[in-house]
Design a protein around this ligand. Structure first.
Ligand SMILES: C[S@@+](CC[C@H](N)C(=O)[O-])C[C@H]1O[C@@H](n2cnc3c(N)ncnc32)[C@H](O)[C@@H]1O
Length: 412
């Protein structure tokens, strides 16, 4: 389908403005654009792919357009892409050319579309080739579905998906995980999702929630919404009661519907709209899952706008919230499963090192005994490195996840 240059320039400008000013997610900003400007299905599909790439490479395009003499503003960036006739291959050629004459960190930032400070923060955490593979993989769109074994079996789910026009590939190790062949396919409204037979869930999210598979007794999901991990845990683990908490009222409603939708009525699930930084639980000895709010830098493939919102200030803010959530959970829980979908150490190893030190021998980190590949140790160079976990996006073809299990010593 031929691109209408003026219209595309106008629409791209609108989209980027919304993303930068309103911190909206890519999908919600794009959907509003489609509605507001009555974009037809075929055009929307083409524009989605184009704009997705523009946002993925936004930081590099900003650099290369300024280098090519365009204004260092949004209008200059869009104008530069316009002069390339919205051909992203031509834009990428310019980026590659420029990357040949700069330092290694700048080259990596340019080639994979990240802010330079972000690449510098990750620079010594992994060997260079691995770092490049990780950053490249985070840019690659994909769609995973988990078979909801509470409602169907694998064959039933695949049959339903194929009938609905979605071709999927089963994961070799995790048989319940299905990779959608068309990576840009919309899965939210799919009939098999609506019937509750499959849950849109990233593979790293699945692996990390599997760590709670052997949990018994009461469980508190302190940051629960929309509830994807909770639904999996309730399917796999033998829990007495589950307390699901979230600070966002809107997301609590989604959580409520999701649990009902995928699991039916569950009298042993209590859903609370509350702040897990301060809530006092009367559930001594329960296990907590703290799937904390974070910069989401490990989940860029599902929302490229995350890249536009990366900032040192936001990282510090999330770090402080994560600290407060952990400290409050450790007051009344015997074991806390902590997770973030961030690849930045401030939301992982640095946080855990701080916590263990500040508790001065009152807590320890315990092992996750999952017989799975893909569960690696943390970034090297931290006290906790060998006792925390990372799921690397380029190894699993999913999100980047950090995990730690913190136990309170002598808890009764
Ligand atoms: C990474 S998401 C959780 C995803 C969820 N566990 C799942 O698997 O679907 C983080 C959640 O934490 C919630 N949150 C942020 N601050 C919180 C707080 N102080 N107390 C409780 N929930 C909080 C956010 O509203 C968001 O829904």
């Amino acid at each position: 389908m031929a691109i209408h240059l003026h219209r595309t320039r106008f629409l791209l400008m609108r989209l980027l403005r919304t993303l930068l000013a309103r911190r909206a997610s890519f999908d919600s900003a794009f959907s509003s654009l489609v509605r507001k400007y009555s974009i037809g299905k075929a055009e929307a599909r083409e524009l989605y792919k184009l704009f997705y790439k523009v946002v993925i490479y936004y930081h590099s395009i900003k650099f290369v357009s300024a280098y090519s003499g365009f204004k260092p503003h949004l209008s200059g960036i869009v104008e530069y892409i316009y002069t390339k006739r919205f051909d992203m291959n031509r834009v990428l050629e310019d980026i590659v050319e420029l990357s040949k004459s700069v330092s290694t960190a700048t080259r990596i930032a340019l080639l994979y579309g990240y802010p330079l400070w972000y690449v510098r923060d990750l620079y010594n955490k992994l060997p260079l080739s691995e770092l490049e593979s990780m950053l490249s993989s985070l840019n690659e769109r994909k769609r995973w579905l988990r078979v909801n074994i509470a409602k169907t079996n694998i064959e039933g789910a695949i049959e339903c998906l194929e009938k609905s026009g979605l071709r999927v590939k089963q994961h070799e190790t995790f048989k319940e995980m299905l990779l959608v062949e068309d990576k840009y396919a919309k899965v939210g409204g799919n009939i098999c999702v609506r019937k509750g037979l499959v849950v849109p869930q990233d593979i790293s999210s699945y692996i990390s929630a599997s760590a709670l598979r052997h949990v018994r007794g009461d469980i508190v999901d302190a940051c629960s919404a929309p509830g994807v991990k909770l639904v999996q845990v309730l399917t796999e683990a033998t829990t007495n009661r589950a307390l699901a908490v979230d600070v966002s009222e809107k997301r609590v409603n989604v959580l409520f519907n999701l649990v009902r939708w995928f699991l039916g009525n569950r009298p042993n699930v209590i859903i609370i709209h509350g702040d897990s930084k301060v809530l006092e639980y009367n559930l001594r000895g329960a296990i907590a899952l703290v799937d904390a709010p974070c910069s989401n830098s490990g989940a860029i493939y599902s929302d490229p706008a995350i890249k536009l919102h990366l900032s040192k200030r936001a990282l510090k803010r999330f770090h402080a919230v994560q600290k407060a959530l952990l400290k409050n959970s450790l007051k009344s829980m015997s074991r806390v499963f902590f997770m973030t979908c961030s690849v930045h150490p401030l939301e992982g190893e640095e946080l855990i090192d701080y916590l263990v030190k500040s508790y001065d021998g009152k807590v320890h980190l315990s092992q996750i005994t999952l017989p799975y590949p893909y569960l690696d140790k943390g970034y090297p160079g931290y006290t906790c490195s060998s006792r925390v976990y990372r799921i690397y996006p380029h190894k699993v073809n999913g999100q980047g996840v950090f995990m730690a299990v913190i136990e309170v010593n002598g808890f009764e």
